[in-house]
Design a protein around this ligand. Structure first.
Ligand code: GLY
Length: 353
């Protein structure tokens, strides 16, 4: 396993200069997308010399594909990149997932750095080595676990994020807090209530730091997702089904974090129903989420479709739908079986919030 190095910095260029020193004469490739090239690449312009090349990928889930990876592998091969070369993924989760996959498979792996430019990528996608692409309409169907050699996290990129994009990533921070630390959860709610009037990036930096620490805690000794790492999927069993259902069946655009936020409401409800999670707390959390996110309520004739999507979840075992639930002592438990009736109850609760 690589010695993954996560650096939080307000001076990204100095940090980057230090890291790339050892690749002095080597070829270096920055993988990015159109928007990041425009808004984020200028931030690191001063480190770019003629040993660097840029590969721009088209944004959007449709381009997180084998075709794009093939173009990338061809580029690396034609330009004679070697195992001594370096790849820098500059962008959101799509760039680090796809760039990390291409880097980890080309010549059996060349070193790579993630510079995540969204909250979602900073606290989740860029950390923990889940790389991959979509295949045959299935999200992240092909991929490898391979940690970046370095992850550089800086709030400098967050200033240009649209509010919806920001809040989408913030849902993963709420999830980390709920599975691990009540005080951190209260701090996040207080922060977001004030954020619009006072974009406190310094505070945000300290909160993302805590969030990444929580993620690291669950990855430690379980990089390959066999046990406690599964807890990071809290909110995602329902969240992924909402994401697919509203985006594909209903043509309503819902972002990953927005879907996870309403997935958290459903899974908090089932934590209460099945493991006696405190009801006052359940209502408070549901209210907090409702105040931050616009909830898309599924109609009762959509419940079967949502249930059906949940039967395809990667975490299921022997056709049983598994979920992460939190018990009455605030301990998150993975592989908790849920039934079709549980799903109906949780969706009715979501609609009542
Ligand atoms: N996003 C969940 C994980 O990295 O395991």
């Amino acid at each position: 396993m690589k010695n993954n190095d996560i650096i939080h910095t307000d001076n990204i260029n100095d940090q980057l200069k230090n890291i790339i020193k050892k690749y002095d004469q080597e070829k270096k490739l920055i993988i990015t997308d159109h928007n990041c090239r425009k808004y984020c690449l200028p931030v690191i312009q001063e480190i770019i010399d003629d040993t660097f090349e840029i590969f721009e990928i088209k944004p959007g889930e449709d381009n997180k594909s084998l075709d794009t990876v093939k173009q990338l592998w061809s580029f690396l091969s034609e330009k004679k990149y070697t195992r001594e070369s370096l790849i820098i993924n500059l962008g959101g989760g799509m760039v680090s997932d796809l760039g990390g996959f291409a880097a980890s498979t080309f010549k059996r792996g060349i070193p790579y750095i993630n510079i995540p430019t969204t909250i979602l990528a900073q606290v989740d996608a860029s950390v923990g080595g889940k790389t991959g692409i979509n295949f045959m309409s299935l999200k992240n169907e092909i991929g490898v676990f391979s940690e970046a050699d370095h992850v550089l996290i800086s709030e400098v990129f967050i200033k240009s994020l649209k509010k919806r994009e920001f809040l989408s990533g913030f849902a993963e921070m709420l999830k980390h807090a709920l599975i691990h630390n009540d005080e951190h959860y209260s701090e996040l709610i207080e922060f977001i209530t004030e954020y619009e009037s006072n974009e406190n990036l310094k505070k945000l930096n300290s909160l993302t730091k805590q969030s990444v620490k929580i993620k690291e805690h669950y990855i430690k000794n379980d990089l390959y997702d066999k046990g406690k790492r599964k807890i990071l999927n809290f909110g995602h069993t329902f969240g992924h089904a909402f994401e697919s259902h509203f985006n594909l069946n209903k043509n309503l655009e819902i972002k990953h974090g927005e879907a996870v936020a309403q997935g958290i409401i459903c899974e908090i409800y089932l934590s209460h129903k099945k493991l006696n999670f405190e009801s006052d707390k359940m209502n408070r959390i549901s209210n907090d989420i409702k105040n931050i996110y616009k909830i898309i309520k599924p109609k009762s004739d959509e419940f079967d479709l949502i249930h059906n999507l949940m039967t395809h979840d990667k975490k299921n075992l022997n056709d049983v739908i598994n979920c992460v639930l939190i018990n009455n002592n605030n301990i998150p438990l993975f592989d908790q079986e849920i039934t079709k009736d549980d799903i109906t109850d949780a969706l009715n609760y979501l609609n009542s919030v």
